[in-house]
Design a binder for this molecule. Sequence first.
Ligand code: NDP
Length: 453
Amino acid sequence: MKPSKQVEEVLQHIRECSPGQNEFYQAVDEVLFSLLPLLNEDSRYREYNILQRIVVPERTVIFKVNWLNDKGKIETNLGYRVQFSSTLGPYKGGLRFHPSVNLGIIKFLGFEQIFKNALTNLGIGGGKGGSNFNPKGKSENEIMKFCQAYMLELYRHIGKHTDIPAGDIGVGAREIGYLFGQYKKITNEFDGILTGKGINWGGSKVRKEATGYGSVYFAENFLNANNDSIKGKICTVSGSGNVAIYTIEKLYYLGAKPITCSDSRGTIYHKKGIDLTTLKAIKEITYQSLEVYAKIHHDAIYIPTHKYPKGGHSVWHVPCDIAFPSATQNELTLVDVKALYKNGCKLINEGANMPTTPDALEFIKEKGILFSPGKAANAGGVATSQLEMSQNASMQRWTFSEVDIKLHQIMRDIFDTVYKTSIEFDSKGDLIMGANIAGFRRVANSMIEQGAV
Ligand code: NDP
């Protein structure tokens, strides 16, 4: 059977057996079609049915989370942990707490995580989890109660040699602290079963900054390969969470000017450059909407979502040299990417997971805009998580600069691997293909060596 036919059969099969999981189909479509040059060259992947095997998680856990709200009433949410692939090491990937979470979203994230983790060249498998719990509007006490209730079930499925979750949307240092405390209470063990821990109790320096810093390091490598650099560039960034904030911070360090950020309610455009101190205060301390930013900085423009262009997001309609989508999936549409192109944007560097819609990706390829896929560009977070695990296992504590130097080197190595793989398959500069083939090849070859279990 021709590889393209086999890919189509696999895609049809997952649609039939996992109905309604649109984000998961989108992620699998993108990966499998970009593997065709490799599948045409090496028949082993077909002989061992690697495609059919790799799209099915090794284990999926869905559980009920009952927790007590401040009014003394029980609330019920769904909890998930998808343990997708342990081929390269224990399952590793974040937890997302957001009302939009469902099985399809966790599966898409877990699937992407397999290849992202493979690209780091470290010994980590792929997984993802979370809940449809909405942290917005909840008190500190309610968030703690929810985290404790969630861990009451999750603890059975994780372990330092089995599965080591971390943060994602809605799960930062505070939530990791509550989850860790509960795990310790239940098991009576102080173990490195989560990453993103507090610096005082087993966390690593730079973990908080790692995804954003790594994303900027990746962009710098890509620009350098094109005889350019980040210095002096005008940058638009979406989101105002962990990834966005530390992308903005590193952009300033490297001499660029980030002029936007956004949240689920609106976009800030601050022509003279985003004020990082204000942003951190609003999003890391008081947990407020970005509207507050414009009340503090009267020269900044706040655009609420109801004023966004039809089918698009205002953040991408501000002229820039580089765009850093760093909020969530499918936040960069065809309408948006046309505006970026018209305004002369040179590079789109994905900080979020799958932020670009499939039609926007087609347009990007057609117009030859430089594009860094998230599974490579945002891999700095998980790579530094692995550095946290190494420090926990060896009881060492590395300094900020020691970890940052390692992160910098890992991002360079990921870029080199992805870029060289794109050249090997005659698609110089198509980093989507480079990332998917390089990640897949490492996992698939290891599966074959392990008996493709
Ligand atoms: P945070 O929760 O810290 O921040 C998410 C940001 O995105 C917030 O500003 C949030 O706004 C905004 N956002 C979330 N959902 C939507 C939506 N539906 N529409 C508009 N804005 C939205 O998450 P992170 O910064 O950790 O994660 C951002 C992205 O990066 C995600 O795709 C995540 O999977 C990915 N990622 C994260 C890593 C990490 O280490 N944290 C590692 C690799 C990838 P609001 O506050 O209003 O909800």
